[in-house]
Design a protein around this ligand. Structure first.
Ligand code: 5AD
Ligand code: SF4
Length: 466
């Protein structure tokens, strides 16, 4: 342990990869004497782990940095030094420009260099500032410390594990191939070790994550590259791991063996996030998505053939350059055909350096807003219908933490819906059957099936045939 205890505040923006990376940064700084705090006012080190995917995301970082600067000044007035670090994709994309725009920043560190954080902090203490946005050839995960069992337990029974980073797809709207670099898969052995470590501390659910997770092709012990499906099957063998998920996938990498896994791997949960972006072939081609609307619908058909209750979520972009009213109607029509139970949807945001930003026919903000509203209304309708279909059904819930009201716990259904139920705290970290009795706007409400009256259990039986 190095020196006295210090407080670390990490704020993550953007995707789950950033949430995972933030945890690994905290793990790496723990041996340096840092413990995590939830209040930035107490922090000696503030890390903003940033996202660059849309313009708004980057702007949010700068306004947050304004707040952090005021904290830093207030602490300095009381004789306390606060170090400010910017990590993640904005750090990667903008480098020292960040310090020029916000001089309160001491350290800028790109996503491939987190293992160097302790060194960068030393450097900043010595020289004032430190910047590292290299793409080193070695695997950062080899150098990032593993979490302690206590840290794992504090984070709950569901954990992320990064298995793949980067993207070679070059969708014309997206900065990821530039900020996160080329696709790299972690070797099977390292992932299995990490999951075994998590399982030993009580983790029950693993979400494998990567920018292009289903393009996974990590080296196995036999030196051959394994597919994501092979990796999932191997992880399912690890004792204590009852639930598996993976995100985010590209339709072109939904291979036959991965689709088959949805049918015959019971640990693989019946929910899949499969971004389509648009339902128009013309727009898909302009986006360089490399798949058509028919390709996407065919994948959905094959998935549902092996797993009829599969709940699909997606990402959509409205107002991509050149998107006409009929292109947009094609997207709405695809939503009707698939019946997504949730989606992230965005107005197209031109990102400097990407081909989309240079395209003619940029769409008016007003039209984008109007299309976004209509798209979100359609998704909400499907989501509500899906939630209603769960009423009176029995679903397994992995309880994560105390709920809104005393005596309540909140957890997730296999379809990733939040479920609130009256249950003893001893069930946190456990999976229990819950009968859904009410559908709220954001959550489902249920009672433990073991406490459900016999008449409701009979109805349950009729509803599910289970
Ligand atoms: N504008 C709007 N949305 C974008 N996304 C990525 N880049 C952009 C952009 N330039 C969305 C896509 C992607 C999700 C992570 O963010 O829908 O799937
Ligand atoms: Fe971006 Fe497309 Fe790669 Fe996804 S597949 S990270 S949207 S370039």
């Amino acid at each position: 342990m190095n020196g006295s205890r210090k407080q670390l505040y990490v704020k993550s923006f953007g995707c789950q990869m950033n949430v995972y990376d933030s945890r690994r940064m905290a793990d790496t700084l723990a041996p340096e004497g840092y413990s995590e705090t939830l209040s930035p006012e107490d922090a000696d080190l503030v890390i903003l782990n940033t996202c660059h995917i849309r313009d708004k995301a980057a702007e949010k970082v700068y306004s947050e940095l304004g707040r952090v600067r005021r904290l830093k000044q207030a602490a300095a007035a009381r004789g306390r030094r606060v170090v400010v670090a910017v990590a993640g994709c904005v750090a990667q994309a903008e480098g020292e420009e960040i310090i020029r725009r916000q001089p309160a920043v001491d350290v800028v560190v790109g996503p491939q260099s987190y293992h160097r954080l302790p060194k960068l902090l030393e450097e900043a203490a010595r020289d004032g500032k430190a910047i590292d946005t290299e793409f080193p050839v070695d695997d950062k995960f080899d150098h990032l410390a593993a979490p302690s069992a206590a840290a794992i337990r504090a984070r709950g029974a569901s954990a992320f594990v990064t298995v793949q980073e980067g993207c070679d797809k070059f969708c014309t709207f997206c900065v990821v191939p530039y900020t996160r670099g080329t696709e790299i898969s972690r070797p099977v052995r390292k992932i299995v070790d990490e999951v075994e470590h998590l399982a030993a501390a009580g983790v029950r659910e693993i979400s494998l994550i990567g920018q292009n997770v289903n393009a996974y092709h990590g080296e196995a012990l036999d030196r051959r590259p394994w597919s994501l499906a092979q990796l999932l099957r191997r992880i399912a063998e690890i004792g204590g791991i009852d639930r598996l998920r993976y995100t985010t996938s590209h339709p072109c990498d939904m291979s036959e063996d991965l689709i088959a896994a949805h049918g015959d791997l019971p640990e693989l949960m019946p929910q899949l996030h499969l971004p389509v972006q648009s339902g128009s072939d013309r727009v898909l081609a302009a986006m360089n998505r490399r798949h058509s609307r028919a390709d996407y619908l065919d994948i959905v058909r094959r998935l549902r053939a092996v797993r009829p209750d599969l709940a699909l979520t997606s990402d959509f972009i409205v107002g991509f350059p050149g998107e006409t009213a009929s292109d947009f109607d094609a997207t709405l029509d695809l939503i009707e055909q698939v019946g997504f139970c949730g989606a992230f949807s965005f107005k197209y945001s031109p990102r400097p350096g990407t081909p989309g930003a240079e395209m003619a026919d940029q769409i008016d903000e007003d039209i984008k807003s109007e299309r976004l509203q209509r798209l979100q209304a359609a998704i909400e309708r499907h989501q509500a219908a899906f939630n209603r279909s769960c009423l009176h059904r029995r679903v397994d819930v992995l309880f994560e933490r105390p709920g809104r009201h005393p005596g309540q716990l909140v957890g997730r259904s296999p379809y990733l819906q939040p479920v609130q139920a009256t249950a003893p705290a001893t069930l946190i970290g456990e999976i229990a059957a819950v009968t859904i009795v009410e559908i709220g706007s954001n959550s489902l409400f249920g009672t433990l099936a073991s406490q459900t009256p016999a008449c409701a259990q009979a109805r349950d039986f009729l509803a599910t045939g289970a």
